[in-house]
Design a binder for this molecule. Structure first.
Ligand code: SF4
Ligand code: SF4
Length: 394
């Protein structure tokens, strides 16, 4: 870590300005502390999260255009480094990997010995975490670390992570974090947060430390005090983004609206379009369901158990001795949406949706969770009788 230029305690919660070139100093400082730095990059026609070494690798001057089933990159009129919304990747893939070996067993003379997986080899630093993504990480923290049985792999990765948040300067066409009260301003859950200030000859970042570790890192960077005009400019960026959300979700009474209407005709209508492809659950930053597969080698010397992401949209996911409990697409979509927006609140105390819009953008047929909720709200009397629970109805 670089030598502190300012006392870290002075910086906790204070706002300072970091010039654009000094973002490289931040990346270098994180690397010097032993972090593997992950950040946004433009690749394969999308903004993805990948290993980051140089600020030249950031998606300067790119933005994304999103709508239901539609995503594309376009050039901006400026060289903003964080001038896009969110892409198909989320930080879930690093904290809760798509595939993870849980343990391996080797044959010994006296039987098999189970070898637990070693701790992750490196600590991760995430650059460019949006407010909705901070909320998604907090939701997965509750799932994996909030109960009596903690996921040790997730916990090790999470506790070692350093988070640099970005206050959004651009709302995507499918974003609705303002409705879910999860953005666009990063309020908590970060070590550092930045707001990109660009225009005319200006290009710098208003920085805020959200933890002692963030303040210590910031103290070694070439910052200067922010003035009232800088802080006002950053507030204006977030306010402009909040006012330009591509979607809205009316959350008033939404939980009971969904739980009380398992037989609403809209479930049949959406099922006639849904391909049960599971894309929405793969891109969702809060979906956490998995399955496990066991493997043995042909010589019978080694065995291993591997965990993979799974989805409530697959037939196998609800397979119980002789058949799938949710055999129809209707029952799977209804399970996903009512879990996300209603049962999740019973289970974990918050909605399972943070309004990132990924499930809308990456649905191949453009099914829109905000439109589905609005359709049920628009005609709640239609076949609204409550019949048990939506879990398990084919
Ligand atoms: S349900 Fe859709 S909008 Fe909500 S968090 Fe998941 S992907 Fe984002
Ligand atoms: S809602 Fe869209 S993304 Fe999700 S399973 Fe159906 S078709 Fe696939």
């Amino acid at each position: 870590m670089p030598e502190p230029r300012t006392q870290p305690s002075v910086l906790l919660g204070a706002r300072v300005l970091l010039p654009r070139p000094a973002l490289q100093d931040l990346i270098d400082a994180l690397a010097a502390c032993g972090f593997e730095v992950i950040g946004p990059r433009a690749r394969d026609g999308a903004i993805v999260y990948d290993r980051l070494r140089r600020i030249e690798e950031l998606p300067a001057g790119w933005t994304d255009r999103q709508d239901g089933g539609t995503y594309g990159l376009e050039r901006r009129s400026d060289a903003a480094l964080f001038g896009y919304a969110v892409g198909p990747h989320s930080w879930k893939q690093f904290l809760h990997p798509p595939q993870e070996r849980l343990w391996r067993a080797r044959r010994r003379e006296d039987g098999f010995a189970i070898e637990p997986e070693p701790a992750p080899p490196s600590r991760l630093a995430f650059i460019g975490v949006r407010a909705c993504e901070l909320h998604a990480i907090a939701i997965q923290d509750r799932v994996f670390m909030g109960g009596a049985h903690k996921d040790t792999g997730y916990e090790a990765r999470r506790r070692g992570a350093f988070v640099v948040a970005v206050n959004c300067g651009t709302a995507g066409g499918t974003c609705f974090c303002a409705s879910m009260e999860t953005g666009p301003r990063a309020e908590a859950g970060f070590d550092l947060a930045l707001t990109e200030l660009i225009g005319g000859t200006r290009h710098d970042f208003l920085m805020e430390a959200g933890s002692e570790a963030g303040a210590a890192l910031l103290a070694g960077l070439p910052t200067r005090p922010a003035g009232a005009a800088d802080i006002a400019a950053a507030e204006a960026v977030v306010a402009r983004t909040a006012a330009s959300m591509g979607r809205t979700m009316d959350t008033v009474g939404l939980k009971s609206l969904l739980q009380d209407h398992p037989e609403h005709p809209r479930w049949d209508e959406v099922a006639s379009r849904c391909l049960a492809c599971a894309n929405c659950t793969m891109v969702c930053p809060t979906c956490f369901c998995t399955t496990v597969t066991d493997h043995t080698d042909l010589a019978g010397q080694e065995a291993e158990r591997v965990r993979h992401w799974d989805s409530c949209f697959t037939a196998d996911f609800s397979y119980i001795h002789g058949g799938s409990v949710r055999s129809s697409t209707k029952s799977r979509y209804r399970q996903w949406m009512t879990h996300k927006l209603a049962h999740w609140i019973d289970q974990f105390g918050t909605s399972g949706c943070v309004g990132c819009g990924r499930c809308i953008t990456w649905c191949p047929v453009g099914i829109d969770i905000t439109a589905e909720a609005a359709a049920i709200r628009a005609d709640p009397a239609a076949h609204g009788t409550k019949r048990g629970t939506s879990h398990g109805n084919p």
